[in-house]
Ligand binder design. Structure first.
Ligand SMILES: Cc1cc2nc3c(=O)[nH]c(=O)nc-3n(C[C@H](O)[C@H](O)[C@H](O)COP(=O)(O)OP(=O)(O)OC[C@H]3O[C@@H](n4cnc5c(N)ncnc54)[C@H](O)[C@@H]3O)c2cc1C
Length: 403
């Protein structure tokens, strides 16, 4: 088949979660025709802290303006050692303005984000949205045919598989996952509180994992409370008022009295990384490629970088008259995404283990590290910069530039 014919064929995105919607918008912004295959979605009561680069990307995609009034900047991040161990780390505060940023990240409700992304997709002529699920994947050297329920099919030169943690496309491509399970569960909820949060995100380091309060518009914060499986069960058994009181106790009443204002969530912690991020013409995006514990707000920020990188590579190939799903694109995608995902996963794993460990030297090292961060503005800036996002191989969209 001639390369001209290949170029006329669209890219397909499978999955209408945030990673898939951003990938579809980015591919379309790069000038490609996109078929987005997505079943209707369930409501998502969680919130997401979007790092500065993700915000720049949403700005460039024309989505941020609608989201900005409904998001809260994390101007300060406060870390408090609540392990009760012999060696305790000093309290450390990071201020985004030390990096010249208004916020390290912006926190908003997933429903708000997903609705805005859905609307942007609906308003983009280059995206055809097809309601349904992929039931089969047939790949030839030149194309991928996605079979849909009901007998229809879609053929594409490149597939961005953003079909979530159990990714049928990943399974069809025969890509395995490296799995690491943790003995913890993240309990999530949004709570209203009687004292203002002052745009401060507070992370208490406890013996079972971090307990994090992330500010939302108004006197509300989302809570990600990482506890043992047994404690998660005990929390689930509480009625809403008792649950809010338990959260207030964990927050040491820092934000005053608390009241539950959302559904609660419960997510067993694990880390999963695909053995390959691309195979043939299928590239894995978002949780289809990597699942990371909800510590340090990394998951969707990685998913956005996946979509932005794939769109950049595919649209560069199209502009150069190349094949949008050819090995040059998919191999570069694998190379460019691997180190970002691996380094975030490593850091989250190390931090989580340091909290769970009862070994004195481990607590000592963590305390020393935090003490040094408190003392050295240079070191603090370095760590803050890394936490906000990678400094190498950053896709153009993350710098707010066109795809
Ligand atoms: C408690 C918690 C807090 C978090 N907080 C943050 C945070 O603050 N910041 C951050 O960056 N990340 C955070 N994350 C991570 C973030 O929520 C995930 O990275 C993100 O939701 C993953 O989005 P996704 O689009 O990859 O997957 P999903 O949202 O799971 O979407 C996958 C989509 O694929 C669709 N699909 C499945 N099968 C098929 C099929 N056969 N055909 C077509 N479509 C299909 C599904 O219907 C779904 O819509 C958090 C995660 C948790 C658990």
């Amino acid at each position: 088949m001639s390369s001209d014919l290949r170029l006329q064929r669209p890219a397909a995105v499978v999955g209408g979660g945030a990673s898939g919607l951003v990938a579809a918008l980015a591919l379309a912004a790069g000038g490609l025709n996109v078929k987005l295959i997505a079943p209707p979605r369930a409501t998502d009561p969680r919130t997401t802290a979007l790092m500065d680069g993700s915000v720049r990307a949403l700005e460039a995609l024309g989505v941020w303006e609608a989201l900005r009034p409904r998001a809260t900047p994390l101007r300060t991040m406060r870390l408090i050692d609540d392990t009760g161990r012999l060696i305790r780390a000093p309290e450390v505060g990071f201020r985004a303005n030390e990096l010249g940023l208004e916020g390290f990240a912006w926190n908003l409700e997933n429903e708000t984000l997903l609705t805005a992304l859905d609307e942007a997709v609906a308003g983009t002529g280059k995206i055809e949205r097809i309601a349904g699920s992929v039931t089969g994947v047939v790949e030839t050297p030149d194309e991928v045919t996605l079979e849909l329920e009901g007998g229809a099919s879609v053929t594409a030169a490149l597939v961005a598989a953003a079909d979530g943690r159990n990714s049928p496309c990943r399974l069809a491509a025969g890509i395995g996952m490296r799995v690491r399970d943790y003995p913890q569960v993240a309990v999530t909820a949004t709570l209203a509180h009687s004292r203002p949060h002052g745009d401060i995100s507070t992370e208490f380091h406890t013996r079972t994992g971090p307990f994090t309060l992330v500010p939302l518009p108004g006197d509300r914060s989302s809570v990600v409370c990482v506890v043992s499986a047994g404690e998660a069960e005990a929390l689930a058994a509480l009625d809403d008022e008792a649950f809010a009181r338990a959260m207030e106790r964990k927050a040491h009443s820092l934000l005053g009295g608390m009241r539950l204002v959302s559904k609660r969530g419960s997510f067993p912690l694990s880390q999963r990384t695909a053995e390959r991020f691309a195979k043939g013409r299928i590239a894995l995006v978002g949780e289809a490629a990597h699942i990371i514990p909800p510590i340090g707000a990394q998951g969707l920020n990685l998913g956005i970088r996946d979509g932005a990188t794939l769109a950049e590579l595919a649209s560069d190939a199209a502009r150069a008259g190349g094949d949008i799903g050819g090995p040059e694109v998919t191999e570069a995608y694998e190379r460019r995404r691997r180190s970002d995902v691996a380094s975030r996963g490593f850091a989250v794993d190390l931090f989580n283990r340091s909290l769970l460990s009862d070994l004195l030297p481990v607590a000592g090292l963590r305390g020393l590290g935090l003490w040094m961060l408190g003392q050295s503005p240079g070191l603090r800036r370095l760590v803050m910069r890394q936490g906000v996002g990678p400094t190498r191989d950053v896709p153009r969209l993350l710098a707010g530039k066109p795809v």
